[in-house]
Design a protein around this ligand. Sequence first.
Ligand code: PLP
Length: 389
Amino acid sequence: QISPADRMTGLPTQFFAGLVRKANAQVAKGRDVINLGQGNPDQPTPPHIVTALQEAAPNPLYHRYPPFSGFPFLKEAVAQRYKEDYNVDLDPEKEIAILFGGKTGLIELSQCLLNPGDICLVPDPGYPDYWSGVALAGGRMEYMPLTADNSFLPNYDAISTAVADQAKLMFINYPNNPTGAVAGPDFYAKTVDFAANHGVVVASDFAYGAIGFDDKPPVSFLQTPGAKEVGVEFYTLSKTYNMAGWRVGFALGNPEIISLINLIQDHYYCSLFGGIQAAAAAALTGPQQCVTDLTATYEKRRNALFGGMAKIGWDAPKPGGSFFCWLPVPKGHTSASFSDLVLEQADVVVAPGIGFGTHGEGYVRLGLLAPEARLEEAISRIGKLHLFG
Ligand code: PLP
């Protein structure tokens, strides 16, 4: 009989595991399932990045343990990209940590900052990995509701002074998963004020930073005056360059926090394979047309999906960024009952909003992760169930 540590009991089972199981059961029946439920980019990594890995792999320098905190050339490449894209200056050695994907850093940050019982403010609905880190650290979550009437931004005025003063850490995430909402400089300025006034560290999750629609490129939290004093930003190559399987991410900003993240990583890992670091640098310093094309592809897909929705009477605001659409479920349904119905009767996988928090109830999340024709097909199949209008 294995007796797990207490810290394990607070860990939820991975939310998407259940979704994948249900979808697979449908595929096993021989059905043509359209899976829009997960956040896994469907397009390949641009060829010049793959070539950079092929060229780097034989280099014996990369076959040994890499430097603990990664190769300086990769940190310099990130600093250069942030300067070009956001006009943000970062000291490559002191203000940038290399991560195994953004996910590891998001989870480690809670372990770096929270003592058992400390409060962490998390968005609801929100990306479930924030909860995992807080649970592992024994922290306490206070939820910041994201609702349509406040453009899916947290309302700092609604947080009691007692909670704000006890909070040590907060997560924000724009462009947002799951709502597709974007944030502007005003919101980030309010965030810096709130954090400075209450002594809260801000973790800005910028995983979808490259994906903004309607000619409005997303703004980085680090562009806000004072941001580096109060927090860090998490940046990843997973979505920007279709490199989710490569596991390359970064934490950027406050040097004290970066040094804590590097310290915890020194104990867990010994940085990424050097060949992957070389390819990651090639992604960041090479031609950026692939990023422009990627955003344009998601925007076309979004428009195709919403075109289909208009035909069946499914009404919702379009996302301003990310590759997610946050859509209300029809009357008489919960997010789970609607998701089950469309899987069973239309062979379409969508993610029930309740999986992202209690304020996710009433919505489902659809990923723009299939070609336009498949997205239109998915909506047309849902239309045949006559649930809208
Ligand atoms: N943050 C958000 C909001 C995400 O949706 C994801 C991935 O789906 C991540 C972070 C983590 O990305 P990665 O670990 O691939 O860098």
